[in-house]
Design a protein around this ligand. Structure first.
Ligand code: ADP
Length: 432
């Protein structure tokens, strides 16, 4: 087998991952890049004859968290087939660190289908990410200091989580036995976890929920999972995986994984997130850069807002970054939602911002920051981007990325509450 002699010599794909949403996929990519793996994020399942990009890890971003289980299974299996065709040595199924799922799935059904296709008999399930306040103890998931069922996730509009007992939650989503590896075992390290996995396997258990209350637990779990065909969890448990590949001499030392080709082209920010962090970032950038407000009321009145925004932006682009935002404070958001309904208002604004993004790229923008998870999805779709190579972090959880193929573009996709107040302006300053 070819060894990776330090400087990015190609040994083929090591880790193939399937993520159940776009920003979750980016989060995982970020963790893998930090661990020294050159990582590409692919948006949606590519056509079967598409070559798997040259990378140590490829993460396929689906939108399968809340779709009917049969569809989530179908798309996840297609992603798996593509990743295996690219030579992936291990598969990671990434879901949210708050185990976001509906009563029917989709974590259990997808994990079962992936295990079937891989011919595996046991997978671990570990959403813990202690640094981000997600811990699992005695199989119960905590968000900060409270149980999952007492956290904000209790009232999530799509995936309300009202039971913190992951063995029970996952048990309700699969016909197979679910077991637990408790912290008394995990804290003894990788060998003890490995023995516990063997014992569960012999007992017919197919999914092992694993406790983790500190990042060193994740490292031990990652090590113990080296030979499992399938690992499932949040991005935290992926922290431990790059070391396994390095141990097998398949991966060079960490260092160059975040390197992207130099950026070129004009600069712009598009914001559709109405989170407090984004509103602060807009105010900060607005103080030193030209900004244009996409007025949802005007848009609802069928004014040609996208064309107006582009006519405003294009002559200014040569002078430095411009900001185009629809984001508004809660009272203003409520007003338009009352008029159109929340979903319709959101979709209308996303469409408009996506059209503006297209126009900006056509006008020569090559460095683009987008704020908002749904907004980012709409922009990426409108630009026809299929894959992104992941670069260095701007702020925790938000890396610069670069499109693979056309259009050639550096892109930062920031989900709502991420980033410091100067995120928008600093993003361009840190880009080589
Ligand atoms: P976040 O990551 O903060 O959740 P998203 O982009 O996922 O951001 O969601 C924000 C939603 O709010 C999008 O659907 C966007 O179109 C919508 N939106 C943006 N500005 C407004 C506004 N002024 N009024 C109503 N909805 C808005």
């Amino acid at each position: 087998m070819a060894r990776r002699g330090g400087k990015g010599r190609k040994t083929g794909l090591l880790l193939g991952a399937i993520a159940d949403d776009l920003t979750g996929a980016t989060d995982l990519c970020n963790t893998l890049v930090a661990g020294g793996m050159r990582t590409v994020q692919v948006i949606g399942v590519p056509p079967a004859d598409t070559a798997v990009p040259d990378a140590d890890a490829v993460v396929v971003a689906l939108k399968s968290r809340t779709v009917p289980p049969a569809r989530a299974v179908r798309e996840s299996r297609a992603a798996l087939a593509w990743l295996r065709q690219g030579g992936a040595r291990q598969i990671f199924f990434k879901y949210c660190s708050t185990f976001d799922s509906t009563a029917r799935g989709n974590i259990g059904p997808v994990a079962d289908a992936l295990l079937d296709d891989l011919g595996g008999d046991l997978a671990i399930a570990c959403p813990a990410f202690p640094t981000n306040g997600r811990t699992v103890y005695k199989g119960h998931l905590f968000v900060g200091d409270v149980l999952l069922e007492n956290s904000g996730m209790r009232d999530h509009p799509l995936t309300p989580m009202r039971n913190s007992d992951l063995v029970a939650v996952l048990g309700a989503q699969t016909p197979h036995p679910v077991g637990l590896i408790g912290h008394e075992t995990v804290r003894q390290g990788a060998r003890a976890i490995g023995r516990a996995l063997d014992a569960l396997r012999e007992g017919g258990v197919r999914h092992a929920v694993v406790d983790a209350v500190a990042d060193r637990d994740l490292a031990a779990i990652g090590k113990a999972a080296a030979r499992l065909p399938l690992v499932t969890g949040g991005s935290g448990v992926a922290l431990g995986l790059p070391a396994n590949f390095r141990e097998s001499d398949l991966l060079g030392e960490a260092g160059q994984a975040a390197a992207l080709p130099p950026a070129s082209g004009l600069a712009a920010v598009i914001a559709g997130s109405c989170s407090p962090a984004t509103l602060g970032q807009i105010e900060h950038m607005g103080a030193s850069c030209p900004s244009f407000f996409v007025d949802a009321d005007a848009l609802a009145g069928h004014r040609r807002v996208a064309a107006d925004a582009l006519a405003w932006a294009v002559p200014r682009l040569g002078d430095g970054p411009v900001l185009i935002y629809a984001s508004a404070a809660p009272a203003r958001v409520r007003r338009i939602q009352k008029r159109l309904g929340a979903e319709k208002a959101g979709a209308m604004i996303e469409r408009c911002l996506a059209r503006i993004a297209r126009g900006l790229v056509d006008a020569g923008v090559g460095r683009l920051v987008v704020a908002g998870g749904e907004t980012a999805g709409a922009v990426v779709g409108a630009l026809g981007l299929r894959a992104l190579r992941i670069g260095a972090e701007i702020d925790p959880g938000v890396p610069w990325t670069m499109s693979v193929g056309r259009p050639r573009l550096h892109l930062a996709l920031k989900s709502g509450n991420f980033g410091g107040p100067d995120f928008f302006t600093r993003a361009f300053a840190v880009l080589p």
